[in-house]
Design a binder for this molecule. Structure first.
Ligand code: BG6
Ligand code: MG
Length: 227
């Protein structure tokens, strides 16, 4: 392993709950159903894909669609305003620092167009060699997925790169791209991951690299580390 690509919302910053709170408010305002299952499925989806999932096949005019995504983003940004260093998730910053000290290239890749602002607010931006956010992915002429753009930005081949993700969608995509995956959160949802931790708190960089080195193929069997 030569590189790590960290997701931001739900891995580095405690912001997945803020996205979900904003969508829950939209669902209430728009009379759309919102439960735990929907909440799990929204994790890691882009703003537009999230609204399509909430609409569940219902068609609305494009202007209305755009207005709802703008309103959701305004709710989310209002919550981001009050973020600070205490909203970095436990263990993430230390893991980035320790991996970097061991010569591992560390980047962040997020579907969110607000990821840079979030990284700044929680104080982790300066530790990462590269950040690819939702804007970069959309603007990329190559059409490559953000995980591949992030691996390229730190000069590491995808097969030698590990993606750290809290969403089922992100973990499955990383694995399909030939990358090993460290899942953070619910092992039942993160079945595409090589290893799953309930949280990054206390995760030792050297031991992690050893385990991941043993799991050479991204499809190596799942191990769940309970803490
Ligand atoms: C992902 C979040 O990181 O970013 C999703 O997990 C969110 O919940 C997505 O929808 C897009 O974020 P934004 O800030 O561009 O609306
Ligand atoms: Mg996430």
């Amino acid at each position: 392993v030569d590189g790590f690509v960290f997701d931001v919302d739900g891995v580095i910053a405690d912001t997945a709950r803020l996205h979900l709170a904003a969508w829950r408010r939209i669902a209430e305002e728009e009379g759309l159903s919102f439960d735990e299952r929907v909440a799990g499925e929204l994790r890691g989806l882009s703003r537009e894909a999230s609204l399509r999932r909430l609409l569940d096949g219902r068609q609305i005019p494009p202007e209305e669609f755009a207005e709802i995504t703008r309103r959701k983003n305004a709710y989310y940004l209002a919550a981001v305003e009050s973020l600070g260093a205490c909203d970095a998730l436990p263990g993430a910053e230390k893991l980035v620092r320790d991996l970097a000290r061991l010569g591992i290239r560390c980047a962040a890749a997020s579907a969110s167009r607000n990821a840079r602002a979030v990284l700044e607010r929680v104080g982790v931006r300066g530790l990462l060699e590269a950040v690819i956010d939702g804007n970069d992915e959309a603007a990329s002429k190559t059409g490559l997925h953000r995980f591949l753009l992030a691996a390229a930005a730190v000069g590491v081949e995808p097969g030698r790169c590990v993606v750290v993700e809290d969403s089922a969608a992100g973990a499955a995509t990383a694995r399909s791209l030939g990358m090993r995956v460290v899942g953070v959160g619910d092992p039942a949802a993160l079945c595409a991951a090589t290893l799953v931790f309930e949280s990054l708190r206390g995760v030792d960089a050297r031991i992690l690299l050893k385990w991941l080195g043993a799991a050479r193929s991204p499809s190596a069997s799942l191990t769940t580390i309970r803490q």
